[in-house]
Design a protein around this ligand. Structure first.
Ligand SMILES: Cc1cc2nc3c(=O)[nH]c(=O)nc-3n(C[C@H](O)[C@H](O)[C@H](O)COP(=O)(O)OP(=O)(O)OC[C@H]3O[C@@H](n4cnc5c(N)ncnc54)[C@H](O)[C@@H]3O)c2cc1C
Length: 445
């Protein structure tokens, strides 16, 4: 059997693409390492913005169904010491991940995709240096399947992308501890009154619901390691007084926090989802931001498969279209945040107090889209506030320099991503410029 598309991984990204391609009438094979009982079990709860169910045509779930965990609309963002809470409105649905991924798998199968569980990718099969299929293990036995294009949706391990030979022109990096957020989620019951949903950006900590009965998640994310995240959590607990709670259980997981590979495509190959580091730069969430890319992938592959050519040149538009829709904005936000995060605790506190950067309007703009869209009036307010803060000694010149450098580098990197070459010609020169900019931007600390 010759498949049109082979997808590696059947979690949110793999199941989403498999359904899209099967609905278009293509023959789709998905290989998934986990068994059907464990697919999508890397954590219990994930959130998806309510509006995204329609936006991405995702299966909707009803209150009380096995996939549904809770819904909430209001969220607060507070200063490092827990003061000056800013309210934002962003309706969210909490989902049990395994149950929701299973539902997505069922929808993909109903559309015609073939999902094989307990099937672990080993390597590609090549003919004349071109990918023509994959080898994979099922219960210790090696199997083969052949297809016109392979899409890596295997998450952070990026099992297929990292196997590609250099000559295919794809970056094969693995994520280092500096390229990920180590997230620890404490599922807790507060003993007295339940606190509101709130995030503390300085501490990269938050309180969110965990179920419909008032259970909460107290979470923290940090680069480097879980040990470092625990240390940061202790620091957070010293700064912010939380009401007494009892920890019921703890979950840990990592999410990519680095720029995606410059190109997502090689001959007969596409990298997607966490395997392509497509998480949002402001919070590390990656389910729907990956779907933005996967919709483009499905559209471009449809034409390429119909024309019998999934070469790098033919599917290159995945890169350019993605950068126009989301990649350039994400690159801008990543650059700005990487520099802004160097502000001190007291500077953050002052920003909150005076509504500079951390105002309800700005936080609303962050929730609304990939790029922070602000008016001239807002900029003048920020600049005036910053100048005033320097004059009265509340803000160091070092922080101002970093903020300005973030904005300058963000604007440059966005411009570069919007000018991504239309064809592989010019790509090497583009990479040189991008490398230079990312070296200046550095990594989030
Ligand atoms: C603690 C935590 C909380 C998060 N909360 C949210 C949230 O609320 N909202 C949100 O949008 N994002 C959230 N994220 C991020 C989100 O989980 C990921 O961005 C998203 O799951 C990526 O989906 P994916 O399908 O690309 O990868 P994954 O979900 O990692 O799936 C990869 C799949 O590939 C399979 N696989 C791996 N190796 C092989 C192999 N060799 N052969 C075959 N199959 C293989 C795996 O078994 C898995 O099923 C969170 C992340 C963490 C760590």
């Amino acid at each position: 059997m010759l498949y049109d598309v082979i997808v590696i991984g059947a979690s949110t990204s793999g199941a989403f693409l498999a359904k899209l391609m099967a609905k278009k009438g293509f023959i789709v094979k998905v290989i998934e390492k986990a068994d059907a009982e464990n697919v999508g079990r890397k954590m219990d709860i994930v959130h998806i913005a309510k509006q995204d169910f329609d936006r991405y045509h995702l299966p909707k779930v009803k209150k009380g169904s096995p996939e549904w965990a809770f819904e909430f609309e209001e969220n607060y963002t507070a200063s490092p010491s827990g003061n000056y809470p800013k309210k934002s409105f962003a309706p969210m649905v909490g989902l049990h991940m395994h149950e929701y991924v299973s539902l997505m798998n069922k929808k993909a199968v109903a559309a015609g995709a073939d999902i094989e569980y307990n099937a672990s990718f080993n390597d590609f099969i090549y003919k004349d240096d071109k990918i023509v299929g994959v080898r994979y293990d099922v219960a210790g036995e090696e199997k083969e399947c052949f297809g016109k294009v392979v899409v890596d949706c295997s998450g952070i391990p990026a099992v297929a992308r990292r196997k590609l030979p250099d000559k295919m022109g794809m970056e094969t990096f693995s994520l280092t501890p500096e390229d990920m957020f180590y997230v620890i989620l404490y599922y807790v019951d507060f003993l007295g009154e339940k606190p509101i949903n709130v995030g503390w950006p300085y501490h990269k900590s938050w309180i969110a619901p965990s179920d419909s009965k008032g259970g909460k998640i107290v979470g923290i994310g940090a680069c480097h390691s879980y040990e470092y995240a625990e240390k940061m959590f202790e620091r957070f607990r010293k700064d912010v007084a939380l009401p007494a709670y009892e920890v019921k259980r703890t979950e840990r997981g990592t999410t990519p926090y680095t720029r995606p590979p410059y190109t997502f495509v090689a001959d007969n190959f596409v990298a997607a989802g966490d395997a392509a580091c497509l998480t949002k730069p402001n919070n590390g969430e990656g389910i729907t931001s990956s779907m933005t890319q996967l919709e483009i992938v499905a559209d471009v592959l449809e034409k390429a498969i119909m024309e019998g050519d999934c070469s790098r040149e033919k599917i290159w538009a995945i890169n350019t279209r993605y950068n126009n829709v989301q990649g350039a904005d994400f690159a801008f936000t990543r650059a700005v945040l990487t520099k802004a995060i160097t502000a001190t605790k007291w500077e953050f506190e002052y920003f909150f107090k005076k509504d500079i950067i951390f105002s309800e309007k700005m936080l609303g703009a962050v929730n609304a889209g990939p790029e922070i869209k602000i008016s001239i009036g807002d900029i003048l307010h920020i600049v005036g506030g910053i100048l005033g803060a320097i004059l009265i000694g509340k803000l160091s010149l070092k922080t101002v320099k970093n903020l300005l450098s973030g904005l300058r580098l963000g604007a440059k990197v966005k411009k570069l991503y919007l000018a991504f070459p239309e064809t592989p010609d010019g790509y090497d020169a583009w990479v040189k410029k991008a490398d230079k900019l990312w070296n200046k931007i550095g990594k989030m600390q």
